[in-house]
Ligand binder design. Sequence first.
Ligand code: GUN
Ligand code: FE
Length: 462
Amino acid sequence: MAAAGTHAFRGTFYHTPTYGQLEALRDVLVVIQDGKIARITNGDEEEAVQREYGLSEVRHLKDGQYFVPGFIDTHVHAPQYKFTGTGTDVPLMEWLRKYTFPAECSFQDLEAARHRYLLLVKRFLANGTTTAMYYGSLHLQPNLVLVDSIERLGQRAVVGKVNMDRHSPDNYIENTADGLRDAEKFVTYTMGKKCSRIQPCITPRFIPTCTPELMKGLAEIAQKYGCHIQSHISECCGEVNCVREMHPEYASDAAVFEEMGLLTSRTVMAHGTLLTDDDIRHLARRGTAVSHCPLSNFFLGDAFFKVNHALSLGLKVGLGTDVAGGISPSMLSAQRMAVVNSRCIRAHKLAVSGGTTVTPEMEKDVITFKEALWLATVGGAQALDMADIVGTFEVGKEFDALLVDTNLSGTSGPFDVFEGEDDDQRFEKFINLGDDRNLIEVYVQGVCVKRGDEFLLDGSNV
Ligand code: GUN
Ligand code: FE
């Protein structure tokens, strides 16, 4: 008899253990036991493996179906999902006051928060985000609702209560002591669930809205509980200039965060488009990661984040949607935007040269869909200190995976497949053209949390 929770798939698995290389595990048999990958072996060994694990059946993937590791979104603002796709007309500091703070404040209505957060988590799971690093909102209670919603639907997540104690609207601000108390309450509530999928995160919003006392106190809480930390760093000119005015004694955002004790090996800083090379080296020394949010950077940023350059300086880099600064909740979109961003850097360098010769130096920043997939899986896992747990298909890792079906031709799917196309071409089409319709099953810790239109853990539909 198979042990409870043991099952197996036979077919083709795509993943990116090495940056820039797409590896296809063709006709392999993957055994999953208690949420973890127990065995990866040649498909020919099916009978022997079935006997060994007492499996009554092995699920064979159909032609044109593949597994890929679940996507890891390293930067999402959960309450902002409500207005995603709108409010794209103003720069960051105005955007926060005009759209973002009012929207986040409205989550004090807990019934509304419950409804909205279930929609959010469903939307992200449907788009293949098996792990998300979420910002909640300022007030404690709605963040507990967010954690409950994630737990209920089966997603893996790192979640933070936002802290802000200055330069914020009168109805969306906390005093320092209350902020620290509520941050700790949030941490103990989330840890108290003893749900291995969900971890709390310390979340000073960004330097302009946090006093040094708040930031230092938050760093102490993070240290006390071994928590992740998230914030925004060197995002755009408006933000950076504001910090320079407020803190003339520090040379950069990185220097402020360093002094506050917020740069740790469990810290993820979003954006970083205006980081200097010295800043990047400093973050790398601390083991701090950057969440690259290309689509958001196009709307709210002023510069390009150079992924290859940052990686070459030793920085950990993951990928983020930054909903709602980024207008798409899809990590497929984020991957495509990362590629486009890299090609814009190339075009910019050529324009600055004034010539018509593309030099190797101009090509250095270009990435392909393979690097982008690495960022969305392995890079994210490294950023979240989960590289031993998720990101690739390896024995001992947890099975967070997406079953991709490329057979949806015509109007039932986002792209067409033509005769003679091989698996690699079909998979590349999925990464470049696919969407949630291709994701027919979503697995977290070996459990199918979504199949077709149904969210299996709470029995609800899309
Ligand atoms: N900086 C401070 N808050 C935010 C936010 O909500 N989104 C983005 N993109 N940047 C920020
Ligand atoms: Fe953000």
